[in-house]
Design a binder for this molecule. Structure first.
Ligand SMILES: Nc1ncnc2c1ncn2[C@@H]1O[C@H](COP(=O)(O)OP(=O)(O)O)[C@@H](O)[C@H]1O
Ligand SMILES: [Mg+2]
Length: 326
């Protein structure tokens, strides 16, 4: 069983400053920033790791899903390196990289239940192996991180919203505003966050809403998110259990940028423990997008001999459930 792994280098370049004035990611800025930075990042990573290129086993790069401009820059660079150094290419699904991170950090074995909560995604999946996923639930509208970012914007908190809403929520009263909890109690394990966001907007636009009310609204929003996640997680834990043999020690992995939220981490860990699941949470810096998780997914695929051709194209959409191991 692979993992835990040893991270030799994990260079992460954030573009937050470039995008902050616009309150969100601007595709053209993202693509240009990738072009400007990628060569130096590869050099720094190799220097920090202290490994000569000829000792590498493969070159892994994200091929999707996401903004094609940035993906194209990374994937093309990886192809050039693979060609120059005569190494196989591994094209990584970004969601699979988030999904497998707990094997890098904690050596978690298959199968496990995964809650992936990030800026672009909100999914509950059974992870059977690299490339083998079963979808239990997904959002039918916004992703949870997107909800945090939009709520931050409504309250004039700086981008990215998640950490700022969490900071505000710490000082607020979560019972002050009554907010909806869409989809809770429904069959299946799908999510919905847009009604919650709309309710927050209505409160924030009230003429009597003051900056001093923001902490209570942030706390009420975060409490509603936790209630929704907890309810849907319970549904997925039941599905996971009924699909698996009784003798496995059930594990829940929570990953993606929103898993950096301490209140969400502790509430869901408790909910899982109540249902007999052990929770594994990668550290906050490995929950948000990073290079090591992509390298790790590359390692797992390399061990299975799952390489990709140099004609592989980046994909804007690439659902995990459509991946196959072969
Ligand atoms: N402490 C936090 N609380 C809530 N959300 C957070 C926190 N930290 C980061 N996020 C959210 O995580 C998202 C970024 O996660 P990431 O995995 O990079 O997303 P994606 O890859 O889908 O763009 C953003 O929406 C951000 O607001
Ligand atoms: Mg991500």
């Amino acid at each position: 069983m692979p993992g835990p792994g040893n991270i030799l280098s994990n260079v992460v370049l954030s573009q937050l400053e470039e995008h902050a004035p616009f309150g969100g990611v601007v595709p053209e800025i993202a693509a240009r920033a990738h072009v400007e930075a990628v060569d130096a990042i590869v050099e720094t990573a190799l220097a920090e790791a202290g490994v000569p290129p000829e000792t590498l086993d493969a070159i892994a790069a994200t091929a999707g899903p996401g903004l094609v401009g940035g993906l194209m820059v990374g994937l093309t660079t990886a192809k050039a390196l693979a060609l120059a150094w005569d190494k196989p290419l591994v094209a990584i699904n970004h969601l699979e990289a988030h999904a497998l991170t707990a094997r890098l950090t904690a050596g978690v074995s298959f199968p496990f239940l995964l809650l992936l909560i990030s800026g672009g995604h909100c999914q509950l999946l059974g992870v059977e192996g690299a490339g083998q996923f079963q979808l239990y639930g997904t959002t039918i509208d916004d992703a949870v991180g997107e909800g945090f970012d939009k709520v931050a914007k409504l309250m004039s908190l700086p981008y990215p919203g998640g950490p700022n809403v969490e900071r505000m929520a710490k000082q607020g009263d979560p019972d002050r505003y009554a907010l909806p909890r869409p989809m809770t109690g429904r069959a299946g394990a799908d999510f919905s966050f847009s009604g919650l966001k709309t309710a927050v907007r209505q409160w924030a636009r009230q003429p009597e809403f003051r900056p001093s009310d923001r902490a209570d609204l942030a706390a009420s929003f975060q409490a509603a998110v936790i209630a929704i996640l907890r309810d849907r997680l319970h549904a997925a834990m039941r599905m996971f259990r009924s699909a698996k043999p009784r003798d496995i020690d059930p594990v829940l992995v929570i990953s993606g940028g929103v898993a950096a939220n301490t209140a969400i981490r502790s509430a869901l860990t408790q909910a899982a423990a109540d249902a007999g699941f052990r929770t594994v949470l990668p550290s906050a810096s490995l929950c948000t997008d990073n290079a090591a998780m992509v390298a790790w997914a590359g390692l797992e695929r390399t061990q299975l001999g799952l390489f990709d051709s140099l004609s592989t194209a980046p994909r804007a959409r690439w659902p995990l459930a459509s991946l196959s191991a072969g």
